[in-house]
Design a protein around this ligand. Structure first.
Ligand SMILES: Cc1ncc(COP(=O)(O)O)c(C=O)c1O
Length: 398
C-alpha cells in the first residue's frame, strides 16, 4: 500500500535530535533537553485529595462536558487572571487540552493556508510545527536580550504583511528572555497600526525568580477582552502538572466562540475529570504558595547551572542569566555546530536541544538550549561536566 500523505505533513521537519536521543536510550543519560518540570515538586498529595473529592461527589466528572470547559474552573481562572490585570468573563475564556491546543485552534480559526505569521527568532519549536501543519509562511524578526526587535518586525511587516504575531514575551522558550516594557508597547502599537492580531503564549510568566519583578502581559496592556487585538493563552502544565493537559485561551467572545466550534471538531471538549480536579485543587490548595515554592527551587537550580557554566569559564561561551522560566540559551563559539556537538555529547551521556530546531529557516547553528528545572545537585554537576568535556573535545577536533 502506498500512503500518500498531505503535503503539509510531508513537509514537517523530522527531528534529528529525536533520532539521536533514541540511540541513547538505556544509557546513563543526563538530559537537559526536555522542558520538563521537576516531578518531585508535583503536588501529588493535594491532587490525590482533589481527585478523591471529585469522585466522592458522584459521577459527573466522568460524563461528557461543555466544549468551553468546566464553568467553575473558568470562573476561578477569571479571578486569577483579574489579579494579573486581565479582566475577563467566562464567555471570554475557553479551556483547552494544554496551551498547545489553544495555539492550534487559534491558528485554525484565524488563518488560511498561505497566510504569513510573524514570530520571534528563535521561537517555540512546537508552535512552528503548528504553523507548518496549517500551511502558513513564517517570517521571523530578530530578538536580543530585551526581546523582539521592533525595527526588525516593522521591516518584515512592511515586506510580508503578516496576519498575526505569535510571541512568548515573558521567559520565552527557548531563550528565557523577557520583552522590555518599551518593546511590549511598541509591538502592541505596531500590530494595531497594521491590523495584526497577536497570540500571546504565556506558559512561564508565573515562574519568576524575583517576586518584585513585574512583567505585564500584552493582554493586560490592551485593557480588556472586547475588541482586543491580543489573544492570550496559558496553562497549568508548568505550575501544577503537564499530565492534566489543561490550558486556557482568553480573548474577545467572538473569537472564543469560533475556537469552541473548532474544538468541537477536534476533541468535543478537554477532560472533564482533569478540569474538576483542578477546580477542587484551586478550592483547597494554595496554588500561589506552590508557585512561589517551585519558582524559588527553579531559581536555585538555574543559579546552580549558571554557576557551573561560569566556573568552567569556557572561552566564547555566552548566555544571559534568565529571570524566570525553565531554560538557559547558550551561544557557542562561532562556527561550532550544536547539532554535531550533540552527537559527541550523547556519547558522553548528556543531552540538550541544539538551537537550530527553534529557528524558522536559516538557523543560527552555534546555539543550544539547556533545561535546568528537571535535574539538580549531582546530576547537574555531572551533566555540565560532561557537556564541558564534549565542547572542549569538539572545539579541538573541529
Ligand atoms: C512556549 C510554549 N507554549 C506552549 C507550550 C505547551 O504547553 P502545554 O500544552 O503543556 O500547556 C509549551 C510547552 O513546553 C511552551 O514551551
Amino acid at each position: 500500500m502506498e500512503y500518500r500523505f498531505s503535503s503539509r505533513v510531508s513537509q514537517l521537519k523530522s527531528s534529528a535530535v529525536r533520532d539521536i536521543l533514541k540511540l541513547t536510550q538505556g544509557k546513563d543519560m543526563i538530559s537537559f533537553a526536555g522542558g520538563l518540570p521537576a516531578e518531585e515538586l508535583f503536588p501529588v498529595q493535594a491532587l490525590r485529595e482533589a481527585a478523591d473529592r471529585v469522585l466522592l461527589a458522584g459521577s459527573s466528572a466522568l460524563q461528557y462536558g461543555l466544549t468551553e470547559g468546566y464553568l467553575p474552573l473558568r470562573e476561578q481562572l477569571c479571578g486569577r487572571m483579574a489579579a494579573k490585570g486581565m479582566k475577563v468573563t467566562p464567555e471570554e475564556m475557553i479551556l483547552t487540552t494544554g496551551s498547545q491546543q489553544a495555539i492550534d485552534l487559534l491558528i485554525g480559526v484565524l488563518t488560511e493556508p498561505g497566510d504569513t505569521i510573524l514570530v520571534e527568532r528563535p521561537t517555540y519549536l512546537a508552535s512552528l510545527q503548528v504553523f507548518a501543519l496549517h500551511g502558513l509562511n513564517v517570517v521571523a524578526a530578530e530578538s536580543d536580550e530585551n526581546g523582539i526587535i521592533p525595527e526588525s518586525a516593522e521591516q518584515l511587516i512592511k515586506q510580508h504583511k503578516p496576519k498575526l504575531l505569535y510571541a512568548v514575551p515573558t521567559f520565552g522558550n527557548p531563550t528565557g528572555r523577557v520583552w522590555s516594557m518599551e518593546r511590549r508597547e511598541k509591538m502592541l502599537a505596531l500590530c494595531k497600526q497594521n491590523e495584526m492580531l497577536i497570540i500571546e503564549d504565556d506558559p512561564y510568566g508565573d515562574i519568576k525568580f524575583s517576586a518584585e519583578d513585574h512583567f505585564p502581559t500584552l493582554f493586560s496592556l490592551e485593557g480588556g477582552a472586547k475588541d482586543s487585538s491580543v489573544l492570550y493563552t496559558s496553562t497549568f502544565s508548568k505550575t501544577v502538572a503537564p499530565a492534566l493537559r489543561t490550558g486556557w485561551a482568553i480573548g474577545d467572545s467572538r473569537v472564543i466562540r469560533m475556537v469552541a466550534k473548532a474544538k468541537q471538531a477536534a476533541d468535543l471538549h478537554s477532560s472533564t475529570m482533569d478540569q474538576q480536579i483542578l477546580s477542587q485543587l484551586l478550592n483547597h490548595f494554595d496554588l500561589d504558595a506552590h508557585i512561589a515554592l517551585i519558582s524559588k527551587e527553579y531559581g536555585d537550580r538555574m543559579l546552580e547551572m549558571h554557576g557551573l557554566l561560569k566556573k568552567e569559564a569556557l572561552p566564547d561561551l555566552n548566555w544571559v542569566m534568565p529571570k524566570g522560566g525553565m531554560f538557559i540559551w547558550v551561544e557557542l563559539p562561532d562556527g561550532l555546530d550544536a547539532e554535531a556537538l550533540l552527537r559527541c555529547a550523547v556519547q558522553k551521556g548528556v543531552a540538550f536541544v541544539p538551537g537550530s530546531s527553534f529557528f524558522a529557516g536559516d538557523p543560527v547553528r552555534n546555539t543550544l538550549r539547556l533545561n535546568y528545572t528537571h535535574n539538580k545537585g549531582e546530576r547537574t554537576v555531572h551533566g555540565i561536566a560532561r557537556l564541558v568535556e564534549a565542547i572542549g573535545e569538539f572545539t579541538v577536533r573541529s
